[in-house]
Structures are given as structure tokens and as C-alpha cells.
Design a protein. Structure first.
Length: 251
């Protein structure tokens, strides 16, 4: 099915499975069922030219999967040789710098990929996922006005940059530097990558999955698909499991 678009001084509309509407005056976004296009003078719509095609997306996701599996196996092997817990202030500092660089790369990649697709981000901030897990985020309301392929590209751009950076730094570390502190930073951040790729907790993996399956989590909860409800239920279980382990470890 062709992706259609309409735009004037007041509204921007994209048609792909559903209608996504941006009110330029109020800076608000709406969603309508596809058959409502007949109420909007469909003859005024034109073919939307994607900047990311389906072939590229499959290649893009294949590269991410390959890098993730390779790094996951490497970390599993390293855990048999190196205790992941920091044992000095130097280790903590290096790990903190490692995390900060990866976070900057991650959020910058979201911003740049969104810009590549012709849209702008709203703001950058810090939030608590499920009121517990602190995380940086880029608010990207404009992503609603992109095609399915472009949405997946923007959601996963941070993941692929992190994986490329981690693989490169750890390769250099293994060959020339031999820093155990860097390796621990690599191991810890890989755990964060697992959480972000897994389709839970409003992660990039979750957003990519529901986009890939043409699903929508912003409709009325009673109308959400069984899969989304199941993923949200698993997310709550993961939160409770994490809280239980924190309490058991610290108290």
C-alpha cells in the first residue's frame, strides 16, 4: 500500500494503515481510522517519499542482531574471567565516563536520525520509567508523522551506534590497552543494552516491535491488542522482580 501525505498551513497528515494528523497551530497529534480518509478529500493527498526503504531496514536490523549476539556471547565469556563489580574509585570513574559517552551517543543518534528523516525533536530530559528506573530521553512527537520504516530507523538508531561504539572500543582494549576497568564498563553497559532491546519497559525494542507489527499502544486500553497487554504485563513483572532483588541485595 502506498503511503500518502497531505500538508497545508494548518495541518500535516500521513496515511499508512491509519491516519496520523498534526495540528500545526496547537502542536497536537491525532490518530484516525484509515477509512476516515474519505472525509478529508483524498484527491488532495500525494505519494509520500520515504527516506528509508524496507530493504535497508531489514539490513539495518540484521546488523543490530549480529552485533548484539556477538557482544552478548563475549560478555558471557568475560563473566567467567572478570568479576563485574567495581573494586576501586578508578574503576567507578572509568565506568561512569563509559556510560556517559554511550548515553550521549545514544540520544544524539535519535536526534540525528529524526533530522535525517526531515523532522525535529521536542526536548531532551530525564524521566523515571515506571517511577523507578531513571533514564534520559528525547521527546520525538514528530515521529508520528514518519513512515513505518523511518520510525523503526529512528527508534533503533541509538542501539546500533552503541553497539558499534562498544564493539570498537572493546576490540581496541583487547588488542592494545588491556584495561580491566574498560572491560567492566563494557560488561555493565551491555546489560543496559539487553534491557533496552528487550520489548519491555517502554524500551527502544518495545517501540520498534509495536511499530513493526503495525500496532498502537495509545488507543483505549480496552482496545489494545492482546500482545501489547501481555508485554505491558511482563513489564510490570520485570519491575517487581528488579525491586525484589534490590531490596534483597541492599537490605
Amino acid at each position: 500500500m502506498s503511503i500518502l501525505k497531505y500538508e497545508d498551513a494548518d495541518f500535516e497528515i500521513i496515511y499508512q494503515k491509519k491516519l496520523y494528523i498534526k495540528d500545526k497551530t496547537e502542536l497536537e497529534y491525532f490518530q484516525l481510522e484509515a477509512d476516515r480518509i474519505n472525509d478529508l478529500e483524498p484527491q488532495k493527498f500525494h505519494i509520500y517519499k520515504e527516506r528509508i526503504n524496507t530493504r535497508f531496514i531489514y539490513f539495518f536490523l540484521t546488523i543490530i542482531l549480529f552485533l548484539f549476539v556477538c557482544n552478548y556471547i563475549n560478555v558471557a565469556l568475560l563473566q567467567k574471567q572478570i568479576a563485574p563489580l567495581p573494586d576501586s574509585y578508578q574503576t567507578i570513574i572509568i565506568m561512569a565516563v563509559y556510560f556517559i559517552i554511550n548515553l550521549i551517543l545514544h540520544e544524539s543518534s535519535h536526534i540525528l536520525s529524526l533530522k535525517f528523516c526531515g523532522k525535529k525533536f521536542n526536548k531532551v530530559g530525564i524521566k523515571l520509567n515506571y517511577y523507578i528506573f531513571p533514564s534520559f530521553y528525547v521527546q520525538m512527537n514528530e515521529i508520528y508523522m514518519l513512515s513505518k520504516n523511518e520510525k523503526i530507523f529512528v527508534h533503533m538508531s541509538g542501539i546500533i551506534i552503541n553497539l558499534i561504539f562498544m564493539t570498537l572500543i572493546q576490540t581496541i582494549n583487547f588488542i592494545w590497552i588491556n584495561s580491566e576497568e574498560l572491560t567492566r564498563g563494557y560488561m555493565y553497559f551491555m546489560l543496559d543494552m539487553v534491557w533496552n532491546i528487550a520489548p519491555f519497559l517502554n524500551s527502544d525494542g518495545y517501540k520498534t516491535l509495536i511499530t513493526f507489527l503495525n500496532m498502537d499502544e495509545y488507543t483505549d486500553r480496552k482496545e489494545n491488542s492482546s500482545l501489547i497487554k501481555f508485554l505491558q504485563f511482563l513489564s510490570i513483572l520485570m519491575v517487581l522482580h528488579t525491586l525484589f532483588n534490590w531490596i534483597r541485595f541492599y537490605f
